[in-house]
Ligand binder design. Sequence first.
Ligand SMILES: C[S@@+](CC[C@H](N)C(=O)[O-])C[C@H]1O[C@@H](n2cnc3c(N)ncnc32)[C@H](O)[C@@H]1O
Length: 207
Amino acid sequence: MNVQQAYNSWSETYDSVENKTRDIEAKALRQSVSGENLDTLEIGCGTGKNTGFLQTRAAKLIGADFSTEMLEKAKAKITSENVEFRQMDLRDEWNFAENSFDLITCSLALEHIENIDFVFAQAARVLRSGGRFYIGELHPFKQYNGTKARFETGSGVFELECFVHHISEFFEAGTKNNFDVSELKEWFDDDDKTQIPRLLTMIFRKK
Ligand SMILES: C[S@@+](CC[C@H](N)C(=O)[O-])C[C@H]1O[C@@H](n2cnc3c(N)ncnc32)[C@H](O)[C@@H]1O
């Protein structure tokens, strides 16, 4: 099963099964994203966990994902007129004009993308000057300890293909592609800072 097929399968239970990373990221995004009337692109939108929230701050929002089944769940939840969902593979050239968006968000998807430099280059092209690129990812410290995206199938637990991206890699991809880093935060289960952080969030601002 490749990543796309895995998310098609996972879509049935993605929202309902306990998932601390999914939930802490929802909290982090809501605390990190500010502003109003934003032309927004949500990449790897999945079942729309964050789409409803982002929509309230958006002039228009495009939710993009390569899993048709995850997108179906999102479409069933969010029917606002300013939201459009599109099937799109983030590893291919993004089919949007230059300077189209004020905000791009990407939650828990980049661990499945090997070449994040490509994603930053595309984001830089389609964001307006001063536009923000929010990223929320499983913290690489968790990955070093072996944590991976995984879900229960009828025949056992399936682990998805994941790539480790060190914090320095995000920094380098951002600065190389005309971004400043405007925020970097680490999020801990139960706010317990004696533990390994679960989530890393970063906001890059296009120069
Ligand atoms: C862990 S889910 C996160 C979904 C949602 N952002 C959230 O936080 O709940 C990862 C999502 O990224 C999508 N994804 C992974 N690789 C992708 C790619 N190459 N192109 C587009 N979407 C991708 C998957 O289909 C899935 O919906």
